[in-house]
Design a protein around this ligand. Structure first.
Ligand SMILES: [Zn+2]
Length: 598
């Protein structure tokens, strides 16, 4: 599924912040990054380790990842300070940790771990643990595996943690899966709260975390937006209604903080007309609220975010918000929900247009009208529904080249005949695939192909790709560890223990990935296999009657079902009148065949 938020949607969603911030995204939900550099000598050399190079590379990473980062105010550094000496006074580092403790940042970016400390893995882990306790993840430019915001990075950090444990008698300091742990206890990791929520700082399991709690006023408006969307109201309509009722957006609810932002925005807004306009709801900002997994209490992550590339002119992408998943693949619930997860998923279907809603389900009583499946048997043109007369009719008028006497058929009779024709054929099929003839096999194969097409499995495919790369990474790391050992690393008894420990952790990660891949594959298979036995049940009684799947389905589901098996329906002229007319004999179906071009 493609993201429906176009580039710049975040910005358009509230106000055009994008000019004010690096990375062309809104301030909301953009992780706030601090960078840190250290150099023991005062020279600004050209090397990778020079303070200038550190400033440059850490800022570049922030831009690439779309973090908000001001190189003037968000960079901390210590020049002429040794990383070995525990007694060395490091004011830059102290200021950084002070800001971390104050909740000013979501991410700390360093160029290399050795910049943070040279006092060994234990000291590095101690610093990371304190950052984690404040909901801050640590990312290294030149050690890409050292990124505690990714499952792989957490796994690698766990290995370092294992080494650190051997350095120390204290075995209880470190917890693996830092970020997930943080999410589990209800942490809201990045940025300011989304519309509908406030961010509150609370202590949980010894972590100080930011937790989302529903804002009573905003919650009411969110519920209104959800209910309206479910009823089929467009995002435009909802935005207009909110504006008409003078419901403020998040920005105007934030008082002083917002004032600052508005000022910043005004400064950056080129369009003079916008200068005095208060923040207003737009279709995009409404969609942003409705698409946010956090509505359902899920922890959220953004996938596919890309910074624009100024050199190549390649456009950036704001990415897509998806529920964050834990190791078991289930979404992680982080905080109190405003709507149930079931309703949230339904809402996404409505927004995606996969499910018709009540108000745009025009002609709910008409199964065949208006979607191009019904044709006139005389002239071959499409037939339309005349709701006033309760008939489908051919509108080819007198005078037209193919004009004829005007053909019509009662809607309910045609609907009933088509449904019975399809169900009749399915029920007549043998349950033993061996006994199906060639034509039946071809029909089921084509219906299966169309069924898979109707189901959106892109989420599964995305997760599969991510899991696959985590698996490859674990295997590659294992190879590296083995090679290092052959080359003479991991000597002696302690070395042997460290080696075994690293391998064990990587094997565990490998096993987790393999299990998840198997699960994903069987989920994908379930999503694309024609559920014939669910539909046909015990095949007793009326296939359209009470208790049948057909009876349960709404018009859209019925149409989706028919379109699996049918290419078209043609109505031939009536042969008799009144009770001699046999509508079902006038209905001719063409069964689904594979399109020639595929
Ligand atoms: Zn016609």
């Amino acid at each position: 599924m493609k993201t429906t938020e176009p580039e710049g949607a975040d910005a358009a969603g509230q106000l055009p912040y994008s000019h004010a911030l690096a990375g062309a995204q809104s301030a909301e939900d953009v992780p706030r990054a601090a960078t840190y550099g250290r150099q023991s000598q005062k020279k600004e050399a050209d090397s990778q380790g020079s303070p200038q190079a550190q400033r440059h590379s850490t800022h570049a990473l922030c831009i690439a990842r779309g973090y908000s980062h001001d190189p003037e105010t968000d960079h901390f550094e210590d020049i002429g300070k040794s990383g070995y000496d525990p007694s060395a006074n490091r004011p830059g580092f102290d200021a950084l940790m002070e800001a971390v403790r104050a909740g000013k940042y979501d991410v700390v970016v360093i160029s290399m771990l050795s910049r943070l400390t040279r006092q060994g893995a234990l000291e590095a882990m101690r610093i990371e643990a304190e950052m984690r306790a404040h909901g801050v993840t640590l990312v290294s430019v030149h050690e890409p595996y050292l990124d505690t915001s990714t499952p792989v990075g957490v796994g690698i950090f766990a290995i370092i943690a294992g080494l650190a444990q051997q350095e120390s008698a204290n075995k209880s300091v470190f917890i693996t899966g830092a970020k997930e742990e943080h999410r589990k206890v209800g942490g809201h990791v990045s940025g300011s709260a989304p519309y509908g929520f406030d961010a509150a700082r609370v202590m949980r399991n010894g972590f100080q975390i930011t937790k989302l709690v529903p804002n009573p006023d905003e919650r009411e408006h969110v519920e209104f937006m959800v209910a309206s969307a479910m009823k089929g109201k467009s995002a435009n309509w909802i935005a207009r209604d909110l504006n008409d009722r003078k419901i403020s957006t998040k920005l105007t609810n934030m008082g002083e903080k917002a004032e600052k932002r508005i000022t910043a925005v005004k400064k950056s807004t080129l369009n003079a007309k916008k200068k005095e306009a208060p923040p207003r709801w737009t279709a995009l900002s409404v969609l942003r609220v409705l698409r946010d997994p956090r509505l359902a209490g899920f922890a959220m992550e953004v996938v596919g975010r890309k910074a624009p590339n100024k050199n190549t002119g390649e456009k950036g992408s704001v990415g897509k918000r998806v529920p964050m998943r834990g190791k078991d693949g289930a979404p992680i619930s982080g905080h109190e929900a405003i709507i149930s997860s079931e309703d949230w998923y339904k809402l996404q279907d409505v927004i995606d247009g996969r499910k018709m809603t009540h108000s745009n389900k025009r002609g709910t009583d008409s199964l065949l009208g208006g979607w191009g499946i019904l044709r006139c048997g005389v002239c071959g043109e499409g037939m339309f529904q005349s709701r006033t007369h309760g008939v489908y009719q051919c509108y080819v008028r007198a005078g037209a080249p193919k004009a004829h006497g005007g053909l019509n058929i009662r809607m309910w009779a045609a609907d009933d005949a088509v449904a019975r024709r399809v169900w009749g054929r399915l029920l007549a099929l043998s349950r033993d695939p061996e006994e199906l003839d060639e034509e039946e096999t071809a029909l089921l194969r084509e219906a299966g192909r169309r069924f898979a097409h109707q189901r959106d499995t892109s989420g599964l495919q995305r997760e599969r790709a991510a899991t696959k790369s985590a698996l490859d990474y674990a295997r590659e790391s294992m190879r590296t560890v083995y090679r290092d050992r052959q080359a003479g690393a991991y000597r002696g008894k302690v070395g042997e223990e460290m080696f075994l420990d690293s391998i064990k952790r990587l094997e565990e990660q490998e096993a987790r990935c393999l299990t998840r891949l198997t699960e994903l594959d069987s989920e994908a298979e379930r999503a694309t296999t024609l559920p014939l036995s669910d539909w046909l049940g015990d095949s007793e009684g009326d296939p359209l009657g009470d208790g049948s799947p057909w009876k349960e389905w709404d018009t859209m589901e019925r149409r989706a079902f028919l379109s699996l098996f049918l290419d078209g329906v043609e109505i031939s002229p009536a042969v008799g009148r009144g009770r001699h007319a046999k509508p079902d004999q006038r209905v001719h179906v063409s069964w689904a065949t594979k399109p020639q071009d595929e």
